[in-house]
Design a binder for this molecule. Structure first.
Ligand code: DQA
Length: 146
């Protein structure tokens, strides 16, 4: 069974109570359960993690490369400025693995600083603005390419 790492960046551990009018009411645990369910429907094992730590996220990209895991990544605020995470994501796609960048909201409809993604240029694809469906569609995309 192919493994897909569903990695989530800073503040996404607060889903459910964090600005629910923007991010919805599903918690990170709810998102994890959904991803495991959606993954299994495609024969994918979803390993779902969240961290507020940039270095940990970078290490997880390295781990994905070494283990041959595809990645669904919500980089959260790191999207907009983490060159370290971008370089780590570039290693994933350079290894021939799929890396889907996803967002619950559509950053392009929000503040100016969210309009830049330093990750998109090295991602296989980007899905944004669809709430938890962004995760589902990203897993569909991984399954189609895995
Ligand atoms: C986000 C969008 C980012 O701009 C923001 O910093 C987040 C969440 C999203 O899922 O919509 O933390 O990645």
């Amino acid at each position: 069974m192919s493994i897909v790492l569903v990695a989530n960046g800073p503040n996404l551990g607060r889903l459910g109570s964090r600005e629910p009018e923007k991010y919805g009411t599903a918690t990170m645990d709810d998102v994890a359960a959904l991803c495991m369910q959606w993954g299994s429907e495609h024969g994918l094992e979803a390993v779902v993690r969240q961290t507020d730590d940039e270095a940990e996220l970078v290490r997880w990209m390295h781990e994905a490369v070494d283990a041959g895991w595809h990645v669904v990544l919500n980089p959260a605020a790191f999207t907009h400025y983490s060159y370290a995470l971008r370089d780590a994501c570039a290693l994933v796609t350079a290894a021939g693995l799929v890396l889907m960048e996803i967002h619950l909201t559509n950053p392009h409809t929000r503040e100016e600083f969210r309009h830049t993604s330093v990750i998109s240029g090295v991602a296989t694809g980007v899905i944004a603005g669809l709430g938890t469906d962004s995760y589902r569609l990203a897993l569909d995309a991984v399954a189609a390419r895995a």
